[in-house]
Write a protein of this length. Structure first.
Length: 240
C-alpha cells in the first residue's frame, strides 16, 4: 500500500514538473559530410515554448581547423507554429530571396518508435525512432522527459525533444551539446509575419530551383563552348 502511495506521488511530481516547464533551448552541432570528402560543422540553436519553435544558425561554422563567419543578415531561422502546424523558412535561390510555407509539418514524419532506452545524451535517457523524409532515412534519439515534440531542423512529431539525429547515408548529423530548460516563459514571434513576404509551397520552390539550376547550367555550358571556340581560334591564328 505504501509503495502504491509513493508511486502515485512520483507520477504527480513528474507531471507537475512537465507542466511547469514552459521554455526550452537546445544547442546543436550540425555536421555536413561532403560526398567528395571532408566535412563542415555548423552551430545551431533551437528555441521552443510549446506553442512555437525557431531553429537558428549561430555565428560561425568550422571547416577542419578554420572558422568561417556566416552572414546573418537573412538569418530568420526555421519557424514552426505548433498551433496551426505550419512551417516557415527563408530559402534563397541563386542569391534571390524566396520564402517557403509548409502545411501539416508533423504529418510528414511517419516515425517508427523503439520503446526502450537506447542512449544517454547529456544525462537524458533517449529512445530511438526512425523514419523516411523526402528521400532520406533518418535515425533520431529523443527524450520524453524534455517537453514538446521538438527537434533540430524540420525534425518533429516525436513525444519529446530530439537530441541527436542523423541520415542513414551519414551525410547529415545533428548532436545536442547544451540543453537549457527555463521555467520563465518566452514569447517566440513569427519572423515571417511581414505582409510583403510572398510564400511558395515546398513543391513550388523545388520546381523553381530546378528551373533556375537548368538555366544557369545551360548558360555555363554556352560560356564554356564560347571559351573553347575562342581558344581554338587563337591557336589557329598562332599557327598561321
Amino acid at each position: 500500500m505504501n509503495q502504491l502511495i509513493l508511486l502515485c506521488h512520483f507520477v504527480v511530481a513528474i507531471n507537475t514538473l512537465d507542466a511547469q516547464v514552459s521554455y526550452l533551448e537546445v544547442e546543436y552541432s550540425f555536421t555536413l559530410n561532403k560526398p567528395e570528402g571532408g566535412s563542415l560543422t555548423f552551430f545551431k540553436k533551437l528555441k521552443d515554448n510549446g506553442k512555437a519553435s525557431v531553429f537558428l544558425s549561430k555565428d560561425t561554422a568550422v571547416l577542419g581547423s578554420d572558422i568561417i563567419f556566416l552572414n546573418k543578415t537573412k538569418s530568420l531561422g526555421l519557424y514552426i507554429n505548433k498551433v496551426t502546424n505550419k512551417l516557415y523558412q527563408y530559402e534563397p535561390i541563386f542569391n534571390k530571396d524566396f520564402y517557403i510555407i509548409d502545411d501539416s509539418i508533423t504529418d510528414k514524419f511517419q516515425w517508427i518508435i523503439y520503446d526502450t532506452i537506447q542512449k544517454t545524451i547529456l544525462g537524458y535517457n533517449c529512445k530511438l525512432a526512425t523514419c523516411e523524409f523526402r528521400g532520406r532515412e533518418y535515425k533520431a534519439y529523443y527524450c520524453e522527459s524534455l517537453p514538446f515534440y521538438s527537434g533540430p531542423w524540420k525534425l518533429t512529431g516525436l513525444p519529446g525533444t530530439i537530441l541527436e539525429a542523423a541520415t542513414k547515408d551519414g551525410m547529415y548529423k545533428y548532436e545536442a551539446y547544451k540543453v537549457s530548460v527555463n521555467l520563465k516563459p518566452e514569447i517566440i514571434n513569427n519572423p515571417y509575419s511581414n505582409d510583403k513576404i510572398k510564400f511558395l509551397t515546398f513543391i513550388e520552390h523545388k520546381k523553381l530551383f530546378l528551373k533556375n539550376y537548368l538555366i544557369s547550367n545551360e548558360k555555363y555550358n554556352q560560356k564554356k563552348k564560347m571559351r573553347t571556340s575562342l581558344i581554338l581560334l587563337r591557336i589557329t591564328q598562332l599557327n598561321c
